[in-house]
Design a binder for this molecule. Sequence first.
Ligand code: NAD
Ligand code: IPM
Ligand code: MN
Length: 346
Amino acid sequence: MSRRIVALPGDGIGTEIMDSALNILAEIMVQDNLDFDIERFAFGGAGIDEKGDPLPQETLEACEQADAILLGAIGGPKWDNAPKRPEQGLLGLRKALGLFANIRPISVPDAVVHLSPLKEENVRGVDFVVVRELTGGIYFGEKQLGETQASDLCTYSKAEIQRIIRKAFEIAQTRNKKVTSVDKANVLATSKLWRQTAEEVAKEFPDCTLENQLVDSAAMVMIQKPKQFDVIVTENLFGDILSDEASVIPGSLGMMPSASHSETGPSLYEPIHGSAPDIANQNIANPMSMILSVAMMLRQSFGLEESAKKIEAACDCVMNQGILTTDLGGKATTTEFTEAVIKELH
Ligand code: NAD
Ligand code: IPM
Ligand code: MN
């Protein structure tokens, strides 16, 4: 039976990198004899323009019925003052699908080690995962915006913390068995509960170690000694910020994919970056973040390890030939990079 993939290109470079990734997926489908039914739906700013809602009802229903979801990126200045912004559509989708576990891997392909702004010896061999809690915390607490005062409430239940910490340990068991839980337990009540819960959950995983670290110093260590991390687990806002910071290690946000999982429903795969309005419509965005998100989908939703590896290897091979987009100092356009990857797959 054919498996259903919902594609949400979104806005800005989202549509450009989605085209690229779907072209590569089409090639892999032919080569590996895979049967996917792929359909695009309006979402984000495009949802507002086409249907008057960043998360149109038919888009949500299609996502609920999908086997996996691919998302480009949403947002842009055009909708910054819309009554409901594109970002609300994204948060609404994550919440509606219960996508509590956002997995953001960070590694540095050999081909770009010398391009990192950080010292080569600190960057070569970096391989860690940020496990970001995605449906709780300050993003979803009560908000009030007054003329002279505003507030955002940060809340976490113990159950929400337990499930994300467990997820981090399960991932650590498949890797180097070290979890670094990042919090601000010296100040925040939610972080105190977070740390206490992390210590309790750690006892369920005696083969792994737990280290607790405050978020401010973790941000510094991530740049100074990134090789010391294996699995970082943290709350929603800290994970958002730390993962963009982590993109400095390989040298561009344009190389960073992610996967978001719920307890039972379909998973969603998306780059960690946004719609990059500053480079949209120029055919210069780095499509790797989206292409690698497709590889994560093939592996994590469909168990197609070999197909995923082929895509990753083709990207590495293309970069090794010096074919790089402008974010990495190269000259290749989005379509040239994509064509080079497809050629490499042959
Ligand atoms: P951004 O991630 O869009 O861009 C930050 C910088 O990184 C820009 O200079 C951009 O050109 C560069 N960049 C990002 N992706 C790139 C790629 N693939 N190739 C080359 N360069 C790339 O962040 P921003 O500018 O702060 O936000 C723009 C919009 O995107 C906002 O509306 C924001 O809310 C939205 N956003 C959406 C998502 C999402 O859809 N998941 C994520 C983050 C931000
Ligand atoms: C991300 C983005 C989103 C977030 C925004 C667009 C709501 O920055 O996916 O990292 O903060 O989660
Ligand atoms: Mn972000």
